[in-house]
Design a protein around this ligand. Structure first.
Ligand SMILES: CC(C)(COP(=O)(O)OP(=O)(O)OC[C@H]1O[C@@H](n2cnc3c(N)ncnc32)[C@H](O)[C@@H]1OP(=O)(O)O)[C@@H](O)C(=O)NCCC(=O)NCCS
Length: 148
């Protein structure tokens, strides 16, 4: 498995994967906007044999890092692709001296919650009606050290 930064030429594939993986998929244009307008955004892919198996987004806002998305295509799920991406996320947090890593996750999304718990994130609060279908989100957070 190889981890590398996402490029705009990946976005057609990513948009197809979004539809496979998410109830409210981002469009190619949503990702394009992140590339063009968000200086805090970092998008990476995990490749297996040249095929994109997974991807994630991480906003690094000074001492705070936030996972905006993470997904593994169904074909490659339960083969530790997301775990490899979480390790990369942790490395990026440490390299950037972030104090906290956080994310929102649907309260029904137990696979993702298990993944995050495995990497030390805890549920700290509920965000009511967070999604457009009115499902609540858990806010999950981990202290990652900051400047030492
Ligand atoms: C959540 C997701 C990213 C996990 O990806 P993955 O590559 O299959 O995850 P890994 O193989 O690295 O699994 C790591 C851990 O996550 C948990 N996990 C992953 N899939 C799980 C499942 N279907 N059921 C329960 N726990 C699961 C387990 O704790 C697992 O550890 P283990 O292998 O020691 O049991 C993947 O299921 C996915 O893309 N889901 C759809 C998109 C999504 O919901 N993203 C998160 C948005 S907040």
């Amino acid at each position: 498995m190889k981890l590398r930064e996402m490029t705009k030429s990946d976005l057609d594939t990513i948009a197809v994967m979004e539809k496979e993986l998410f109830k409210e998929p981002w469009t190619k244009e949503d990702f394009q906007r992140e590339f063009d307008e968000n200086e805090f955004a970092n998008y990476w892919v995990a490749e297996i044999d040249g095929e994109i198996a997974g991807y994630f987004g991480l906003w690094i806002l000074f001492d705070q890092a936030q996972i905006t998305t993470i997904g593994t295509s169904k074909k490659y799920q339960r083969q530790h692709v997301a775990s490899a991406m979480m390790q990369q996320i942790e490395k990026m947090c440490i390299d950037n001296e972030c104090e906290f890593l956080s994310l929102e996750v649907r309260i029904s999304n137990l696979p993702a919650q298990n993944l995050y718990k495995k990497f030390g994130l805890d549920i700290v609060s509920v965000r009511k009606n967070y999604y457009s279908d009115h499902e609540d989100a858990y806010l999950m957070v981990k202290a990652v050290g900051g400047y030492v």
